[in-house]
Structures are given as structure tokens and as C-alpha cells.
Design a protein around this ligand. Structure first.
Ligand SMILES: [Zn+2]
Length: 176
């Protein structure tokens, strides 16, 4: 037989146990949520890319005046003037502003247009945006937004993509 006093003790113990479990579950939930926030904040391409973005005044301090005019103000170097126009060495072309790899030398071809030409960029490295007048497609470095040039499609070049990424030499930095 269980007397009334023992029953009340059992009930009180149960309430304490319940309260304890509730606190533990809240604590676990908090730990799981905070670890998700840490994982999302620490990794991921978007946060890496965001770190490449700078204020225009920061770019002005880092880049030469001609690099700033082309990379940040969407200028164009005179045809035939760039150092990579007739350049053919094995390596990778990086963004001159932020150092992100953009093009492999194996995708470079002689288009005769006066600027370095590539038939494709490294996966995810190049962003394409239609110009305001809709006539040309601008290409920029996906990491820092630096202006590279324009991409032209379906011109009949005998390349795997029949695309011509027409890039200013000054926007690139070759690395063997
Ligand atoms: Zn860049």
C-alpha cells in the first residue's frame, strides 16, 4: 500500500523531472541552432565572395589609375595594346584585382580582335550581365565584380563553345 504522503512525493519528483527535461531540450535546441549559425557564417562561397568586395575608394588605393578605369569604371583598353593579346604560355589567368583564377590558358585562342580571347571561363568564376542597351553581354569577376570585358556568342569560331570572352589584358594577371 502507498500512503498519501508517498504519492505526493512521487508527483513532485515527476514535476521536477519534467522541468529538468524541458530545460535540457531547450539547451539542446539552442546548441544545435548556434552550431548551424557558426557553420553557415564560417564557410560557403557567398561569404568568401563577399569578402572580395570593397568600397570604390579602397579599389582606387589598390589599383593603378588605368586598372581602376577599366576594372571599376568599365573602361576598355585600346585594341592590340594589352600585354596578353598575343601571349601564349601555359598557366592560369587570375583577376588582376582580387586574384581569383578566371581562365585557363588552354581555353585562350587567337580571335584577331586585338584583345585576349577565351572560349570559356573557369566554372562559376565569370558573371554575365546584359548591358543596359541589351546589345552586348558584360563579363565581370564573380568574386569582386571587376569588369573584364564582353562575351560574344555564335560568331562561328571553331572552338568547343563558339563563345568569345573578349577580355582586357589589364583586368588579368597571368600565373604559370
Ligand atoms: Zn576579382
Amino acid at each position: 500500500m502507498v500512503d498519501a504522503q508517498s504519492w505526493s512525493k512521487v508527483i513532485v519528483d515527476e514535476k521536477i523531472f519534467e522541468a529538468l527535461m524541458h530545460r535540457l531540450s531547450v539547451l539542446f535546441l539552442f546548441l544545435i541552432l548556434s552550431s548551424i549559425v557558426v557553420i553557415r557564417g564560417g564557410g560557403g562561397a557567398s561569404s568568401v565572395m563577399a569578402s572580395m568586395e570593397k568600397a570604390e575608394e579602397e579599389w582606387r588605393a589598390i589599383l593603378s589609375p588605368e586598372q581602376f578605369r577599366i576594372l571599376r569604371k568599365k573602361g576598355t583598353e585600346p585594341p592590340g595594346s594589352g600585354k596578353y593579346d598575343k601571349f601564349q604560355e601555359d598557366g592560369v589567368y587570375e583577376c588582376a584585382a582580387c586574384g581569383t583564377p578566371l581562365y585557363k590558358s588552354t581555353t585562350k585562342f587567337n580571335s584577331g580582335c586585338g584583345w585576349p580571347a577565351f572560349y570559356e571561363g573557369l566554372p562559376g568564376a565569370i558573371k554575365q550581365t546584359a548591358d543596359a542597351d541589351g546589345r552586348r553581354i558584360e563579363i565581370t569577376c564573380a568574386a569582386c565584380g571587376g569588369h573584364l570585358g564582353h562575351v560574344f556568342k555564335g560568331e562561328g569560331f571553331r572552338t568547343p563553345t563558339d563563345e568569345r570572352h573578349c577580355v582586357n589584358s589589364i583586368s588579368l594577371k597571368f600565373k604559370s
